[in-house]
Design a protein around this ligand. Structure first.
Ligand code: ATP
Length: 373
């Protein structure tokens, strides 16, 4: 949602080309104080380039970077009040942890006793007390990540920039460090931009996500916006699986807040929460597998139900996953916590019931217009 607050950082219409190749195509975004915003998108979409433009390691072809009201677009990295943690950490291997963390403070000619106090504070912040005298080659990958973070935070930057900070860690440590980074970020309230290509990581750590594809913002929004109110087909398919079903809006009843939709396979009655959807619109229904229920084909008729046949089923204890076919349409159904409830084997005739609250995309949005929240 757009706010009236003064943003800590504002990107205004940023374009970037390398030679003939335009990799960023008009990026505009505002980042609030203390917010953690993640740039996420497929490999090569331009997220690192955008981060480097904020940090001053790459210059935009056009556009502005405004930090706390000041245009910093022409300043070198060390003159901006931003700090970047690189994917490689870029620590000094022969120095000990304490010297690495205090390096920037020494460059700024802080007195030794002040440096010592600040370094101790930072060691405590990143849970590295007692390890200050170790050299970098004698600490683990996760600990190196903590040192890089502490070093970046030493001078209290206005914006912390994290470029795929977890990519060198194994899967379990990734989750631990992700939670720890979020915890530290929230505790000290530093405005942060996090870059990752991992949608789940982005969803788990962010206040908001800025989703890029091919140098264009597809949507800026909270994890809930991205999952439950995707702006277009790209975003709908970006996190988790989605079933798409085409339809036409036959009528909208504002009184009961209901829209009546016809699909090739039957009629649906949906909650009408998206006021931009009007009678006559061609729409694409965004149906998440976990919101669909299955029942035996006999039994009472329920609204919003299609009749189909189980094409495949998989049971994984906490989840039973089905693919049901009706006509040319396949519908994936995830039934969580299936213990004790009815199971359906292959070729069984079933009823597939979709909920009343389904997000719909107007057909022209399907082509991928950018929407910002
Ligand atoms: P990844 O997740 O793979 O790191 P990314 O989204 O961070 O991808 P960028 O590193 O920003 O993508 O690169 C965007 C595009 O710009 C890519 O096609 C890349 O090859 C190109 N690119 C990046 N840096 C340069 C450069 N210095 N010279 C030429 N092309 C570049």
């Amino acid at each position: 949602m757009e706010t009236n607050r003064t943003p800590m950082l504002e990107l205004r219409d940023i374009y970037k080309s390398f030679g003939d190749v335009e990799v960023l195509k008009g990026i505009s975004a505002k980042i609030d104080k203390s917010e953690l915003l993640t740039f996420v998108g497929p490999s090569g979409c331009g997220k690192t380039t955008l981060l480097r433009i904020v940090g001053g390691f790459t210059t935009a072809t056009s556009g502005q970077v405004i930090l706390d009201g000041e245009d910093i677009g022409k300043l070198p990295p060390n003159m901006r009040n931003t700090k970047m943690v690189f994917q490689s950490y870029a620590l000094f291997p022969h120095m000990n942890v304490r010297k690495n963390i205090g390096f920037g403070l020494k460059l700024k000619k802080w007195p030794k006793d002040k440096i010592d106090t600040r370094v101790e504070e930072l060691l405590a912040l990143v849970h590295m007390e007692g390890l200050g005298d170790r050299t970098i080659d004698r600490i683990s990958g996760g600990q190196q990540q903590r040192v890089a973070l502490a070093r970046a935070l030493a001078l209290e930057p206005k914006v912390l920039l994290l470029d795929e900070p977890l990519s060198n860690l194994d899967a379990n440590l990734r989750v631990v460090m992700r939670d720890e980074i979020r915890n530290i970020q929230e505790r000290i309230g530093v405005t942060t931009i996090f870059v990752t290509h991992d949608q789940y990581e982005a969803m788990s750590i962010s206040d908001r996500l800025l989703v890029l594809n091919d140098g264009v913002i597809q949507q800026i929004g909270s994890p809930i916006d991205i999952y439950e109110r995707p702006a277009n087909e790209f975003i709908a398919g970006f996190v988790g699986y989605v079933n798409f079903l085409e339809g036409t809006v036959d009528a909208v009843d504002e009184g009961t807040n209901t829209s009546y939709i016809t699909t090739e396979y039957g009629k649906l009655e949906l909650d009408h929460d998206q006021k931009e959807i009007k009678t006559g619109d061609r729409v694409l229904l965004v149906i998440r597998p976990e919101t669909v229920s299955l029942s035996p084909s006999h039994g009472t008729e329920r609204p919003n139900t299609f009749h189909g046949t189980v094409e495949s089923q998989m049971y994984a204890g906490n989840l039973a996953k089905y693919t049901v076919k009706f006509g040319d349409q396949e519908m994936v159904v995830d039934h969580y916590n299936p213990m004790g409830s009815e199971k359906f084997s292959k070729n069984t005739k079933v009823k597939v019931t979709v909920p009343h609250a389904i997000h719909v995309l107007k057909r022209q949005e399907v082509q991928g217009s950018a929407v910002q929240n």
